[in-house]
Design a binder for this molecule. Sequence first.
Ligand code: AMP
Length: 220
Amino acid sequence: MAQILIFLGPPGAGKGTQARVVARELGIPHVSTGDILREAARKKTSLGLAAKAKMDKGELVPDDVISPIVEERLSRPDCREGAILDGFPRTIAQAKFLDAMLERVGFGEPLVLNIQVATDSVIKRLTGRRTCQACGEIYNVYMNPPRHGGICDKDGGRLVQRADDNEEAIRIRLKAYEQDTLPLIDYYQRKNALRQVDGSGDPEAITGRLLSLVKTHDYL
Ligand code: AMP
């Protein structure tokens, strides 16, 4: 039965970086709600413009805006074998919506991987983050710098800083995480769906831990 993997963790835990690699490894789509919203903002759709105002401040967009977007994305044929959800759910209401939706669509129970990192390392990960404008590859100027400053190693695209990777927005995002997202750990623990993953160390080691958990769980 197709199953969804959910990557949980605070902003800056490395969810996006890891979800890209693990999705590639497993041959399933990486569904990042942040990426979907940033793309909509770039295209200046009405959704994108409304979401951008919230995102730039570090606030969450409303549940009833983001949930149907996820439902539409997971209903596409490329998700038939499964998908990695990165950035969703972020509230208990979103988790309940997802549960009902997965049952309706005929997916099994999701497997939730919680990437644990120390909060003091999160600020450095977020302020140092740079993303390739062309392919979305993620770098960090302190921990994982590109070979040539400001340019993507993979395709030479320009590296940019996210509008919400500034100190004020980071503070609000961490608060939103603590208030709205942290309760999901308990929610999924009660369902016995949660696995803890050490998010420290180099990115390859973290990918190895994630993949071995997924394999132990007999996923795919
Ligand atoms: P991310 O790329 O996951 O860090 O998300 C960036 C921003 O997009 C967040 O700070 C929110 O403003 C918005 N966002 C992404 N996913 C969600 C979600 N599931 N619920 C509400 N807002 C979201």
